[in-house]
Design a protein around this ligand. Structure first.
Ligand SMILES: [Zn+2]
Ligand SMILES: [Zn+2]
Ligand SMILES: [Zn+2]
Length: 155
């Protein structure tokens, strides 16, 4: 065996494949193909800009609360069917916290007086959600923000 190659077992299909050791970055070295990478991700969730997402089929992502609502009521939501988080925490995706609304009703609800609350990704504290020039705050404070930066750099 070539000593510069490393044998890896695909975490999706179990097939063995080889990667050059110096190319061995953790992201790329887990799946034998893009197909396996996509398949493996189905059903996996993650948080982005204070919102939870889920990978559904064909490498497509969906907002997690819409996914939960569709699954629970066995329906397909249309674009003009908004799902509101009753407690204003977009990360509380319990079915009892989700309410179907029209865009107009939903817009009225989310006025300045009634902000979203989201959970800090670092310490878990809830805080009012702010959107500054398209950038969404993911942490409650500068201190937690610095920890998140550090985490992103090291993982
Ligand atoms: Zn595979
Ligand atoms: Zn809402
Ligand atoms: Zn925090």
């Amino acid at each position: 065996m070539n000593k510069f190659k490393k044998e890896i077992i695909c975490i999706n299909c179990g097939k063995k494949f080889y990667r050059y050791k110096n190319h061995e970055d953790t992201e790329k070295a887990k799946w034998c193909s893009m197909e396996c990478r996509k398949k493996w991700h189905i059903g996996k969730t993650w948080i982005e800009n204070g919102r939870k997402f889920i990978w559904i089929e064909n490498g497509k992502k969906q907002r997690y609360h819409r996914y939960i609502y569709e699954k629970h009521y066995k329906i397909k939501l249309k674009k003009n069917q908004h799902i509101h988080h009753i407690d204003n925490n977009p990360l509380n995706n319990n079915i009892l916290n989700l309410k179907l609304m029209t865009p107009a009703e939903h817009c009225r609800l989310h006025s300045r007086k009634n902000p979203f609350y989201i959970q800090c990704r670092i310490c878990g504290k809830t805080f009012p959600f702010k959107r500054t020039r398209g950038h969404i705050q993911e942490t409650c404070s500068h201190k937690c923000g610095a920890s998140l930066m550090w985490e992103k750099r090291t993982t």
